[in-house]
Design a protein around this ligand. Structure first.
Ligand code: 4NP
Length: 172
């Protein structure tokens, strides 16, 4: 089982949406017994909260099943997960600060596998008004999760004898 953790700041907008979009693709690919995903925030601002109502709404509009309770990332996560994907540079810097020396997890930006990135980050929609920015985030994540899953499948095919997906290969 390859375990992926999506991380943003509050864990109520981007990373829960990334998880939902990714899991939908994993299920469609029939890979749910091979890939597990979760999400967390670098902050504990919204620990125990539901996702932002706009996140829930945008998942619904795009027919992506969505269920979420916010939590803060922990040191344990660096031992439990194979790959931790940060939505932006600030999240990445915070994760690298928190990462224990003996961490087994790789830490990268969410958009590391995008081929048509307009910016390396998934922009924070929290302070935007209305749903336009949330739909933009959805579109970015939809593209990015698709590319990331392709990468995992290619890496698995290249390591057919390995029961795990090899997440270390081919990171741009
Ligand atoms: P997220 O967005 O990191 O994508 O969940 C945010 C959610 C809450 C806050 C900032 C960003 N906040 O400051 O409470």
């Amino acid at each position: 089982m390859t375990k992926i953790l999506f991380v943003c700041l509050g864990n109520i907008c981007r990373s829960p949406l990334a998880k939902a979009v990714f899991i939908q693709k994993v299920k469609r690919a029939g890979l749910e017994d091979k890939i597990f995903a979760d999400s967390a925030g670098t902050s504990g601002f919204h620990e125990g909260d539901m996702a932002d109502p706009r996140t829930i709404q945008i998942a619904k509009i795009n027919n992506t099943p969505f269920e979420h309770t916010a939590r803060q990332v922990s040191v344990d996560d660096f031992h439990k997960f194979d790959l931790i994907l940060a939505m932006d540079e600030s999240n990445l810097a915070n994760l690298l600060r928190l990462r224990p020396e003996n961490s087994g997890a790789q830490v990268h930006l969410m958009r590391s596998w995008d081929d048509n990135k307009t910016g390396i980050e998934v922009p924070d929609p929290y302070y935007s008004t209305g749903l336009v920015e949330f739909q933009r985030v959805y579109d970015i994540l939809n593209h990015s999760c698709g590319k990331f899953l392709e990468h995992l499948k290619e890496a698995a095919a290249e390591n057919a004898t390995d029961s795990q997906f090899n997440v270390e290969e081919k990171i741009k």
